[in-house]
Design a protein around this ligand. Structure first.
Ligand SMILES: [Zn+2]
Length: 301
């Protein structure tokens, strides 16, 4: 590297050209021949040239953050303090979202154990950037630069994203703000049911339970997709319990027949797990219908 802006680029591109053309001499390669100039359009580097420019294309891969009651799920990419490199993040996608708000935070409180990202060019052996995942974060922090609302049943939630450039020591996180989704998503309930669910959650708080609202109002399309996924597993011979375990689907109603579409049902996970059935019994004593053993997260009225 050099302390003069521009010099480093000259050197980098000379080096790339020499590697590309397998030139051996130590002299900078300014010109190939009088008839042929080296013409590089910086914005249109081909991906296979990136490695020639000592640029490592990398990915975190699809990483999973386990849900933890009353905590914020957190995955971050960070540039180690003395890497001497820039880390550029150009995509961040939430796969299989919950009904949560996902926030993109610049430089939040660091959390989790570092794991190496991996290069996506098989010629390259290591990537300097790393990632950390954590599910014990008490709240969101950092500068919020984008957010997206997750929809249950969707395959992914994508941020409106501009590349984020991280100097050494900086990091970028996706935080699943599952606490703020309670207020947001419960707004999808009709008022009578909303009052009932609010009362149920009040009882839960009094008893020291925590909870996570995973689905409230669904469109016809979302319900149809859930039902299709569920039916596919059934046809493949899975039991309801197995489908709940592998796909998190609790026997969804056929499209047009779900109380979720009418704003009259909410799916809520209670913690500790022993609280789930107890919450169901409380809901029934309030006059509501509970999903029971086949759909323990489902509360409708
Ligand atoms: Zn439900």
């Amino acid at each position: 590297m050099t302390d003069r802006a521009g010099e480093a680029y000259v050197r980098r591109y000379n080096q790339a050209l020499k590697r590309l053309l397998t030139a051996k001499s130590g002299e900078p390669l300014h010109e190939l021949s009088p008839e042929m100039g080296a013409n590089i359009t910086l914005e249109h580097d081909r991906p296979e040239w990136h490695a020639l420019l000592d640029q490592v294309d990398w990915s975190t891969g699809a990483v999973q953050v386990a849900a933890a009651a009353a905590n914020v799920g957190h995955i971050e990419v960070f540039n180690p303090v003395s890497s001497g490199l820039l880390v550029v993040v150009d995509t961040a996608i939430v796969l299989i979202p919950a009904a949560s708000t996902y926030e993109l935070q610049l430089d939040p409180a660091a959390a989790g154990t570092p794991t190496k990202n991996f290069p996506v060019d098989t010629r390259v052996k290591t990537a300097a950037s790393q990632n950390r995942i954590a599910n014990n974060v008490a709240g969101v922090s950092g500068v919020n630069i984008a957010e997206v609302q997750g929809v249950v049943g969707a395959q992914y939630a994508a941020f409106v994203f501009k590349p984020v450039i991280l100097l050494p020591g900086h990091h970028l996180a996706i935080q699943e703000n599952s606490r703020c989704d309670v207020a947001t998503s419960l707004r999808g309930l009709v008022p009578r049911v909303r009052r009932g669910i609010d009362a149920l959650l009040g009882v839960a708080r009094d008893r020291g339970w925590s909870y996570r609202v995973t689905s409230v109002r669904r469109s016809y399309r979302v319900q149809a997709r859930l039902f299709r996924n569920y039916s596919r597993y059934r046809r493949a011979g899975y039991s309801d319990a197995q489908i709940a375990q592998v796909a998190g689907l609790y026997h969804p109603a056929a499209p047009g027949r779900s109380m979720h579409q009418l704003g009259r049902a909410a799916d809520i996970e209670f913690y500790p797990t022993s609280a789930q059935a107890e919450a169901g019994r409380i809901w029934q004593s309030m006059g509501g219908r509970w999903g029971g053993a086949t759909d323990p997260v489902h509360f409708e009225a």
